[in-house]
Design a protein around this ligand. Structure first.
Ligand code: WT7
Length: 629
């Protein structure tokens, strides 16, 4: 196993303006963390009480390894917490959603409009025979109806399974089958980079040999009547005609499943991660309010797709449960030009912006003249998620987008954790490359494979030692797989990431523990070498793999994408090798460097090193259903 290796830590820190902490909902991080530690159950109960419960819980947690139950006996409804209470409590005319389509079209929904739309569609779903506990699969573009469909499911207690609309028929089929979806909701088309994606025909293909599916709901993007091709199909709007606008929220048990979300990460079979009602909502509400510090006048924009956990937690459930104004868009970051996103920030006065390192690196590559064309002064907080935010990307993001004043929340978390777990809370000094510290509520550690904490500066395995409300409850139809998260080290939750901590307890996540290369007995994280490469001015993106080497066991092979204005050359290769040598040391020097136009990535933006490796070795890459192109 690959732990226990030394990492060179950069000591640079950024100190945020004290007003951030002074005005934050969390206040002093250390104080808040100590408060949590002194009474964990009391801490979570206090957070849970900020939501509306139909019936209060009898017991805060019931933890019997590896199964946790939270807010036992409590009853609530997620859509009622995201809509009804705001409609009743003075936010009825506040904007809930601002949508911008790829072709410039805009739509807005106030909380009251959204509330009514959700109830209408919820009643339509009921009329189709959808009942509490049934699974509804959503395969939709990022349009307001997508959010409406999610909330309508939660209103009637249906379990949604959202499949990112960039997946193909085979991947969709596997997920429909595994979840036994009764209804699939889709649209005639999705739009991406000016091209139409025939979502509905992909669904037609995917439902073959999926006997659980009874109905397919088709949304017309242009809201014109949908021509129906089969008995199974119904029109998203036609089924709402004449339905009642009243749909009381279903009383859900805190532990009733809320959704299944398939994650494939970078390896193997997709896993259906199951999240439940009470704990998940408490976690997303808490982190939106106290970590993202969402306030009444904030305009929140998370650029993820609703097909990923980031979209579930920080486009929909977290921000709407606190009553925020949320921007959603289907625009791609560089279409028609790399200024579209910055234009959205200027247009809507976005105050909180949350994106991924892969996007930040793309913007670095095309140059700061694009963001500089727009007024980004509304921004207050900027965030990052999905991969390590390498120091160069941090510095660029901080300077060019945050104008040297917005704190960066580099949030480490997973589909399985439901909410962010490690970050640098507002007011704490920021250290580029480090995600930060465990948020109050989370007990994390970096340990060796025996569970012994490793000293500062030494790499180890990231673990979470205590259960938390929004943790996944199981892997759908795969208890064994669920157990594997909990039975590796001391009955703790083993994350699968390598990490290192500094003297102040800041955690740097280096990448998946399987992304490790052993060169002549020394462990190297791919992320470390990649970070060194992208620190070079010519390099926009880098991926590193280990290849067999007679002498050293493994050698480092790098694949790089150049910044605009640079050309591949032997001279550049030598320069890059020298650069890695000077940054990390001779052990990390790549034995080969290949120039690429782009790197193979999952649709959620993670580099698929496995595909590069298979190509290099001339072997079958295995399941590549998550590959972007
Ligand atoms: C894996 C989880 C959580 C939403 C998006 C991804 C990596 C995620 C960070 C970060 C370093 C990160 C980890 C993690 N990861 N955020 N801030 N710094 N690594 O969800 O697809 O479930 O992937 O993404 O390796 O285990 P996911």
């Amino acid at each position: 196993m690959a732990e226990n290796f030394d990492v060179k830590l950069d000591k640079k820190t950024y100190i945020p303006d004290p007003s951030y902490q002074a005005n934050s909902a969390l206040g002093d991080y250390k104080k808040a963390y100590a408060e949590f530690l002194s009474d964990p159950d009391g801490f979570w109960a206090k957070k849970a009480r900020e939501l509306d419960w139909i019936k209060p819980w009898d017991k805060i947690r019931d933890w019997e390894w590896p199964q946790a139950r939270w807010f036992c006996g409590g009853k609530l409804n997620v859509s009622a917490n995201c809509l009804d209470r705001h409609v009743k409590n003075g936010r009825r005319n506040k904007l809930a959603l601002i949508w911008k389509g790829e072709r410039g079209k805009e739509e807005i929904y106030t909380y009251r409009q959204l509330y009514r739309a959700v109830m209408r569609f919820a009643n339509a779903l009921k009329n189709l025979g959808v009942k509490k506990g049934d699974c509804v699969c959503l395969y939709m573009p990022l349009v307001p109806e997508h959010v409406i469909a999610m909330l309508a499911c939660t209103r009637i207690g249906a379990v949604h399974s959202i499949v990112f609309a960039g997946f193909g028929a085979e991947a969709l089929h596997t997920r429909i089958r595994d979840a036994d979806a009764k209804v699939v909701i889709t649209a005639d088309v999705g739009i991406r980079r000016g091209k139409f994606i025939p979502l509905r025909s992909i669904v037609d293909e995917a439902v073959k040999n999926a006997p659980s599916v009874e109905k397919i709901v088709v949304l017309s993007r242009e809201r014109c009547p949908v021509e129906l091709y089969s008995e199974m199909e119904v029109d998203f709007y036609a089924i709402q005609e004449g339905v009642s606008e009243e749909c009381p929220p279903e009383e859900m048990d805190s532990e009733d499943p809320l959704f299944i979300l398939y994650t494939s990460g970078t390896t193997g079979q997709p896993k259906g991660i199951v999240h439940t009602t009470g704990g998940y909502l408490v976690g997303t509400h808490y982190t939106s309010k106290y970590i993202f510090d969402l306030k009444e006048n904030d305009v929140h924009w998370c650029t993820a797709d609703t097909g990923w956990i980031t979209g579930h937690s920080y486009i929909v459930y977290g921000p709407l449960s606190v009553g925020a104004t949320v921007v959603i868009t289907e625009t791609t970051l560089d279409y028609p030009d790399p200024g579209v996103w910055w234009k959205i920030i200027e247009e809507f006065g976005v105050t909180i912006f949350y994106t991924a390192p892969t996007a930040i690196r793309m913007f670095m590559r095309v140059g700061e003249e694009w963001p500089n064309k727009y007024n980004l002064s509304s921004l207050r907080i900027i965030g990052s998620v999905g991969e390590p935010l390498n120091p160069e990307a941090f510095e660029w993001y901080y300077r060019v987008i945050g104008k040297n004043q917005c704190p960066i929340l580099d949030t480490w978390w997973q589909t399985e954790t439901g909410i962010h777990m490690i970050t640098t809370p507002l007011g704490q000094p920021m250290k580029p490359g480090f995600a930060g510290v465990p948020i109050p509520g989370v007990v994390a550690d970096v340990v060796d494979k025996e569970g012994k904490p490793v000293p500062a500066g030494q790499g180890g395995l990231l673990v979470i030692k205590e259960p938390w409300p929004s943790m996944m409850r199981t892997v759908h139809k795969n208890k064994e797989r669920y157990l594997q998260y909990w039975n590796q080290i001391n009955h703790w939750y083993t994350v699968g990431d390598l990490a290192v901590r500094d003297e102040d307890g800041y955690i740097m996540v280096l990448g998946r523990s399987d992304d490790i290369i052993i060169v002549a007995g020394h462990n190297l994280g791919t992320a470390e070498v990649e970070s060194a490469l992208v620190a070079h001015e010519a390099i926009a993106e880098a991926a590193v793999i280990g290849v067999p080497d007679d002498m050293k066991g493994q050698a480092v092979k790098a694949f790089v994408v150049l910044c605009q204005g640079y050309e591949p050359s032997q001279k550049l290769i030598s320069e890059l090798i020298y650069h890695v040598r000077m940054t990390i040391g001779p052990i990390a020097m790549p034995s080969g460097i290949e120039f690429m136009d782009k790197l193979p990535k999952t649709r959620s933006g993670k580099i698929m090193r496995r595909v590069l490796k298979a190509k290099e070795m001339g072997v079958d890459p295995g399941d590549i259903s998550t590959l972007e192109e």
